[in-house]
Design a protein around this ligand. Structure first.
Ligand code: UDX
Length: 447
């Protein structure tokens, strides 16, 4: 009989995973503790913007016309325990307030609520990003709490999806990593992932700590790559070099590669910043803090970029105060194709200038509602054109395609001054300069 799957936590990770499992042909039951989320998902609506996710969900959610009916949602733990052979734990692990460590309370609560009801054999699979050592601790907790005792096992299966590509990354992962303690657990997970593995996704089997570490190591490497190129941008600025050319040239070396070498205002979002901090905190607990002191530098290079963008703006406006200056900000989300503004460098820069007296007007294709909630005192406009009207300077802070497709000549008619600062090194300088704009970008020569 085909495995029945449950997904606990229906955020970015869980909602996508649930829909993807249904797409792979499984019967899926999703659980969340937030009633509004469950109501939305049951109607086939996604609580966030993620390309392709709503379509995939509507294709499978029971009760929607024409759907396969393979995907349902509930808030009932007993129903989930009764239904599932494999339970994926997909709840979030935010940074603890006031410390670097990660807050495990949601994962702990989810595993405990589930375990208490597990009266039949099952595999609980952790997907959340957790400090190394968590799986071992949770496995013991499950053994303690589950009525079925040793018939319930734990596995760890980190998730590498990128926001904006979540559906594609989940259906066609570039690797599947499973930390297991038995052949039975491995066999079950091979069954779950038979389709992507059949299509070529590598399947890497490890122990618990390695599986947990793969995720934090991968994110630390990505963060390091971005901060490396941003450090080179700082040197280019001092030496009169061009970081975009430098990135292109080093990227041709296959060992380096061209991806994740875009200099700019740095990384943000719900993962990279908090994951490298939690990793440092955990290494400290393990007595291995020296191994990760370099991540402190990666973090500070990254955070410095935001302040440097503010200073570059001040300088471009003639130095001194922002008082009375009209600043148009294109982009609020931490990356394009997402409505996520968590730890967004764009919103951080907009906020700093606003707090220093600038009249900031923000436009973002998808992130307006979330940005307004987080930063209600900023000005917001309904379009790029409306944001730019009368502006003394335009800041390009999130690299949406919509902004690359703007017509610099038409926009120039609206702007108070044709001055654009590209915080993402993503616009075409030649095009903007041809239309009479002063174009400046981080780590690149002024003209
Ligand atoms: C990241 C990891 O990529 C993913 O594997 C993991 O599962 C979760 O964390 P995500 O947070 O969606 O995914 O964003 P990502 O695409 O990694 O970008 C992170 C940040 O880095 C963004 O703010 C982006 O703008 C910035 N970035 C990325 C750069 O500044 N330069 C680059 O060259 C690439």
């Amino acid at each position: 009989m085909a495995l029945k799957i449950t997904v606990i936590g229906t955020g970015y990770l869980g909602a996508t995973h649930a829909a993807a499992m249904a797409e792979l042909g499984f019967e899926v039951l999703g659980l969340d503790v937030v009633p509004e989320k469950i109501e939305m998902l049951t109607r086939g609506e996604v609580p966030m913007y993620e390309p392709g996710l709503e379509e995939l969900l509507r294709k499978h959610v029971a009760g929607i016309e024409g759907s396969t009916g393979r995907l349902r949602f509930t808030m009932d733990w007993a129903e989930v325990a009764e239904f599932g052979d494999v339970h994926f734990v997909c709840v979030n692990t935010p940074q603890k307030h006031g410390e670097y460590a990660c807050d495990m309370s949601y994962v702990d609560a989810a595993v405990e609520s589930l375990a208490k009801h597990l009266g039949k054999p099952a595999l609980v699979v952790g997907k959340s990003t957790v400090p190394v050592g968590s799986a071992e601790r949770l496995a013991a907790r499950i053994l303690e709490l589950a009525p079925a005792g040793g018939e319930v096992e734990l596995a760890w299966n980190p998730e590498f999806l990128r926001e904006g590509f979540a559906v594609q990354d989940t259906l066609h992962p570039d690797r599947i990593v499973v930390g297991v303690r038995s052949d039975r657990a491995e066999k079950t997970l091979r069954e779950v992932y038979a389709t992507p593995v059949g299509q070529g996704s590598p399947f890497v089997v490890t122990d618990f700590p390695t599986a947990e570490l793969v995720k934090t190591a991968a994110n630390s490497f990505l963060a390091t790559k971005i901060s490396f190129i941003n450090a080179m941008a700082e040197v280019c600025e001092a030496a009169g070099g061009d970081v975009a050319k430098l990135a292109e040239a080093i990227g041709y070396d296959e060992r380096i590669g061209p991806k994740f070498l875009r200099a700019g205002i740095g990384f943000g979002g719900g993962c990279l910043p908090k994951d490298i901090r939690a990793f440092m905190a955990r290494a400290g607990e393990l007595g291995a803090d020296q191994a990760l002191t370099f991540l402190r530098e990666i973090d500070s290079i990254n955070m410095r970029r935001r302040g440097q963008m503010v200073e570059m703006t001040r300088e471009a406006l003639g130095g001194g105060s922002f008082l009375g200056k009209r600043v148009a900000v294109l982009g609020a989300t931490f990356k394009p194709d997402s409505d996520d503004v968590r730890d967004s460098p764009a919103l951080n820069v907009a906020g700093q200038i606003h707090l220093q007296g600038g009249q900031v007007t923000v436009y973002d294709p998808k992130g307006m509602d979330n940005a307004r909630r987080l930063f209600p005192t900023l000005g917001y406009a309904e379009s790029a054109e409306a944001a730019v009207r009368g502006a003394d300077v335009v800041l390009h802070l999130t690299e949406w395609r919509e902004f690359r497709e703007l017509d610099p000549a038409a926009l120039g008619e609206l702007a108070g001054t044709r001055l654009i600062l590209d915080g993402r090194n993503a616009l075409d300088p030649v095009l903007w300069r041809k239309a009479g704009w002063t174009y400046r970008a981080m780590g690149r020569p002024a003209a």
